[in-house]
Design a protein around this ligand. Structure first.
Ligand SMILES: [Zn+2]
Length: 392
């Protein structure tokens, strides 16, 4: 199913623009009309991180006239392994500004609009309304559902991508012509079930593979060429090196784009995705300690049993002295509970405090009522107690 172009052509290309885009202009399917449509196009990129980096670079090079960037974060050293729009000298800078500078260096004819704020219910509709197309490069479920619902409510198409370790997925969602993200994934996975890239890692170059699919689809939609990746999910396995496609049908019972939608305005996405489960929140209430408290207990030779619930690879990068590694899954399977000493105070920690809160709920339910977990995890510990150690 081909679709009509999203954008009307600009009046003309300048002589400089003709020179710059000549390799596009001589492709019959793009031609002068297609390039003029790109010039007139307004594309919003949500995030200037793993997916946003290659997406913005190629959208800019392709000659998309207006590029919006939603990003509130600052560049961290650990971003540079994959977020190629930022460089060493950008560490500590605003990601939005760093991305804008790179875009301008590649193509000074692009009008860049920065939205240096966290996308939320209060701003998403107004920001999206100013663009023809959205490229979603977000890395968390709450924002994904927010992007989807706002796009459906505004009737806008968007190109979605996701990455994890060696696996990537991409699709086009546009409720007016096909399925939306909720048709594919009606429910967010239970909190803690799907690790983020920060927890599980991601191969840097995977971002380019998926980000370039997103740009490819964006260009096709803007110019009205080819077969859009609408109603199809592209699944990429970098280890096996294969792409496969799964058909995605519009769900007549979809909560937001179905025949009788229950989501007719924006909802509470943090609650919908249960960012930290209710069990974990309840377990952590009153049972969360600080890094200073843990250090004090260690200095006082308190009889504590410190457990790191992360994965072995994470433990290798950095760990807290005296911590025993028992990954979270061993608690969820039940095996780990037998290993716990009955007579010592259990202290759990992970990277940032989310996984350890989940494990705390399990441990407490198993009868270890005085167990606690470390708020802020090993990241907080390094920050407060051992700043010479690496973080990731
Ligand atoms: Zn839907």
């Amino acid at each position: 199913m081909s679709l009509p172009p999203l954008v009307e052509p600009a009046a003309e290309l300048t002589v400089d623009e003709v020179r710059r885009y000549s390799r596009h202009l001589i492709i019959p399917d793009v031609g002068m009309a297609g390039q003029k449509r790109l010039k007139n196009a307004k594309v919003l990129c949500v995030g200037a991180g793993g997916l946003g980096s290659p997406a913005l670079l190629y959208l800019a090079a392709a000659g998309v006239g207006t590029l919006g960037i939603v990003e509130f974060d600052v560049v961290d050293e650990s971003n540079l392994q994959r977020q190629v729009i930022h460089g060493q000298s950008d560490v500590g800078r605003s990601k939005a500004e760093s991305a804008r500078d790179s875009v301008k260096e590649i193509n000074p004819y692009v009008n860049v609009v920065l939205h240096e704020e966290r996308l939320d219910n209060s701003n998403v509709m107004e920001i999206f309304a100013g663009y023809d197309l959205i490229v979603d490069g977000t890395d968390n479920f709450a924002t994904r559902y927010l992007v989807n619902d706002a796009a459906v409510l505004l009737g806008k198409p968007y190109v979605w991508g996701s990455i994890y370790r060696f696996d990537g997925q991409a699709s086009v969602f546009w409720a007016e012509h096909g399925p939306c993200y909720r048709c594919l994934y009606p429910e967010a996975p239970p909190p803690g079930m799907v690790p983020s890239c920060a927890e599980g890692g991601v191969l840097g170059v995977l971002c380019a593979s998926i980000g370039s699919i997103q740009v490819n689809e964006a260009i096709k939609l803007l110019a009205g060429i080819g077969e859009p990746l609408l109603g199809r999910l592209m699944i990429y396995d970098a280890l096996e090196m294969n792409y496969r496609q799964v058909k995605v049908r519009k769900d007549p019972n979809c909560a937001v784009c179905g025949e009788n939608p229950t989501v007719t305005e924006l909802i509470d996405y943090e609650a919908f995705c249960g960012v930290v489960s209710e069990e974990a929140q309840a377990a952590a209430a009153g049972s969360t300690i600080t890094s200073q408290q843990l250090k004090q207990w260690q200095d006082d030779k308190e009889d504590i049993y410190l457990i790191d619930v992360r994965e072995p690879g994470e433990y290798e990068i950095v760990n807290i002295p005296g911590a025993v590694l028992i990954p979270k899954n061993e608690f969820l399977m039940g095996d780990a509970l037998e290993k716990l000493p009955q007579d010592r105070k259990i202290v759990l920690h992970c990277k940032s405090g989310v996984r350890s809160a989940e494990v705390l709920a399990v441990v407490k339910a198993a009868g270890f009522g005085n167990a606690v977990h470390l708020g802020g995890g090993v990241l907080g510990w390094v920050n407060q107690i051992e700043p010479h150690k690496p973080v990731y």
